[in-house]
Design a binder for this molecule. Structure first.
Ligand SMILES: Nc1nc2c(ncn2[C@@H]2O[C@H](COP(=O)(O)OP(=O)(O)OP(=O)(O)O)[C@@H](O)[C@H]2O)c(=O)[nH]1
Length: 299
């Protein structure tokens, strides 16, 4: 055809090559996609992770078909590897029982008893999808703190870890004082705004390792690892003062909002989530009955 250079190939060609080996992403994760703990995720950073039934596992799956320490997953240079830790029913990758170590590739399915995990490279779109689902499942929509269900799971894990390593741990339960009149006077939306701000104050005061959660309507909990009663009391006092000093204006009207806080620490007769929560609740009850806007310690 006129104008077309048929003798010489002038078309620009994109040169394809295998290119350099794509390094493994710095971080990857495993997500439970079937069975108990559906949607739970564990990131695999620089430290290896253990998946198992034990509450202190990095990814804890409390199902009888999963061994206490079922398998370990770690980053090895540019790859990720998995090792079965002697589980009776073994660990399977894409339905093949592994012997010793095995390499993991994006999308691999890992079967532990009746549960299936998926290995996902951190940069995959699917990981983001799981992240969003995980956020929705574990966080309270109003305050963006952890929700009660997730708090419960994490608290069990932290308590088991603290007992195992003989470390201190404290629990604060915080309840907004006379919140019903706020709702009644200014409406539910204004009440929600107050809760959101209190949630933000709780988050601001928490350290990275603390577990802040909204566990009920106007009730918050904070689990403080590595904190004894003295340190927890100082922390709770600071938080109580910060709430009392904050400028709230529900419905545009300045109003003082306060909170009462009950505290309990791990110790004799306070060695499980239920006993710890009951003790912190009892202290909170005393704080309320003795005038509110105060911190009470379990005795
Ligand atoms: N706006 C809003 N209100 C809520 C929410 N959850 C619970 N509440 C309200 O919180 C109020 C709690 O009131 P009560 O348990 O009677 O206690 P209180 O008025 O805070 O009084 P004390 O706890 O004794 O200091 C109720 O009016 C609930 O309707 C929520 O998500 N948003």
């Amino acid at each position: 055809m006129p104008g077309m250079d048929t003798d010489h190939d002038t078309t620009q060609r994109t040169a394809f090559s295998d290119g350099p080996l794509r390094p493994a992403p710095r971080s990857a994760c495993v997500v439970v996609i079937h069975g108990e703990s559906l949607g739970r995720r564990a990131d695999i950073g620089d430290a290896p992770i253990v998946v198992g039934r034990a509450p202190e596992s990095d990814l804890s799956i409390p199902h009888r078909s999963v061994s206490r320490e079922h398998c370990r997953i770690w980053r090895d240079g540019n790859a990720y590897r998995i090792r079965d830790l002697g589980a009776t029913n073994g660990t399977r990758v894409n339905d093949c029982r592994i012997q010793g170590d095995a390499a993991l590739a994006d999308g691999d399915q890992i079967t532990l008893g009746e549960c299936i995990l998926k290995f996902i490279s951190q940069d995959s779109v699917e990981a983001q999808y799981h992240e969003e689902i995980y956020q929705l499942a574990t966080h309270d929509a109003l305050t963006e703190l952890y929700n009660r269900r997730h708090f419960t799971e994490m608290a069990d894990k932290e308590i088991a870890r603290a007992i195992r390593h003989a470390r201190p741990l404290a629990l604060c339960i915080l309840d907004v004082d006379l919140f019903k009149p706020v709702n009644d006077r200014y409406g539910h939306n204004s009440g929600d705004e107050v809760l959101r701000r209190i949630g933000a104050l709780v988050r601001q005061h928490a350290r990275g390792e603390d577990l802040p959660a909204r566990i009920g309507g106007e009730e918050f909990a904070l689990l403080l690892p590595e904190c004894d009663l003295v340190a927890a009391t100082a922390f709770a006092e600071r938080l109580r003062e910060a709430v009392a000093a904050a400028a709230f204006a529900p419905g545009g009207e300045p109003r003082r909002i306060t909170v009462s806080i009950g505290i309990a620490a791990l110790g004799f007769g306070r060695d499980s989530r239920s006993t710890l929560m009951a003790a912190a609740d009892a202290a909170l009850y005393r704080a309320k009955s003795e005038g509110r806007n105060r911190v009470y310690v379990d005795s």
